[in-house]
Design a binder for this molecule. Structure first.
Ligand code: NAD
Length: 306
């Protein structure tokens, strides 16, 4: 029988009490990892606390013969993020991979988005990914190995209504991941992003007032969070040690590799540009390459393979 892909590794999964994080924690444990199941057990918008989601996942892992410990600290503060990584060190003696999956949503059309709604979402997703990763970085450097798996979204990569806060955080995570990958390559540390599609309570907050919204949600309902877990566990394993700085999409049984921002076409003028020259040249040149102002739901409008 083939050996398990993350046998003996210590993996922290944030937001692992529910949804995608839970499936990653269960699969990582089944594949031989010792797992820190972190979850503060809040509501979708980040209010409240509850220890039971993390406890239930730990109980499920132990029942199946795996090794896991719960942690209820928030990713969104530097000191508590430090405690999440310390939980791995205290209980299992090391840290091999960090899966930054915890997340909240505070959707609002932009002209009604409050400072708090914007800041909270940036704090949990972008700052939280930084705090938890930073707490692990020195351990990774010292042991000359490690893997970061971060979560982005097509809300940032493509676009979506009412999610200026979330899109900013999620595209910020892509830039963050690329530079962590560059900085830590010399220590054999990888950093990659997953852009998932999965029916979880988070997606349950999408409004279903119009027929188009209803149809979109029906499509998402077919995609379970269990499809995301194998990609996350693979990226945490030694099998993926040559893969870094990448963005993968997972949509049911479909796994995709995203392109990176590169110029599509450029133009020059030997006299330099004036607004008038640009107005004259633009229609025949760059205009042909403009990206449509579309949303993730419009771009990914085909039925998922499930
Ligand atoms: P979910 O709401 O089911 O799970 C998120 C978990 O994170 C919850 O259990 C919550 O308690 C926990 N959490 C929230 N704030 C936390 C904090 N400060 N500290 C610790 N834990 C915290 O959501 P999900 O759909 O499983 O989302 C997982 C990740 O995938 C998120 O980063 C999300 O943005 C991303 N994502 C999901 C989808 C999708 O289709 N479900 C799409 C794009 C991106």
């Amino acid at each position: 029988m083939a050996s398990k892909c993350v046998e003996g590794k210590v993996i922290v999964v944030t937001g692992a009490g529910r949804g995608i994080g839970k499936e990653i924690a269960l699969l990582a444990a089944a594949e031989g990892a010792k797992v820190v199941v972190n979850d503060l057990g809040g509501s979708t918008d980040g209010e409240g606390r509850d220890t039971s989601p993390a406890d239930e996942v730990v109980a499920e892992i132990k029942k199946a013969g795996g090794k896991a410990v719960a942690n209820y600290d928030s990713v969104a503060e530097p000191e508590s993020a430090q405690k999440i990584i310390q939980t791995a060190i205290d209980n299992f003696g090391r840290i091999d991979a960090v899966v930054n999956n915890a997340g909240i949503l505070r959707d609002r059309i932009f002209h009604r988005m409050s400072v708090v709604d914007f800041e909270m979402v940036i704090k949990v997703h972008l700052m939280g990914s930084f705090y938890v990763s930073r707490a692990a970085a020195n351990h990774f450097k010292e042991q000359n190995s490690g893997a970061f798996v971060h979560f982005t979204s097509t809300s940032g990569l493509i676009g979506n209504f009412g999610q200026a806060n979330y899109a900013a955080a999620k595209l910020g995570i892509v830039g963050f991941t690329k530079v962590v990958a560059l900085d830590m390559a010399r220590y054999n540390v990888t950093a990659n992003c997953i852009s998932p599609f999965a029916w979880t309570r988070m997606i349950g907050t999408i409004p279903t007032e119009t027929e188009a919204q209803k149809a979109r949600v029906e499509k998402i309902k077919k995609m379970g969070p269990e499809h995301i877990a194998p990609v996350a566990v693979f990226l945490a394993s030694d099998e993926a040690k040559e893969i870094s700085g990448q963005v993968f999409g997972v949509r049911g049984k479909e796994v995709m590799l995203f392109g990176h921002m590169r110029p599509l076409r450029s133009i020059h003028h030997d006299l330099g540009w004036t607004p008038e020259r640009l107005a004259a040249m633009f229609p025949g040149t760059l205009k042909h390459h403009l990206a449509p102002l579309d949303t993730s739901g419009q771009f990914f409008n085909y039925d998922p393979m499930v």
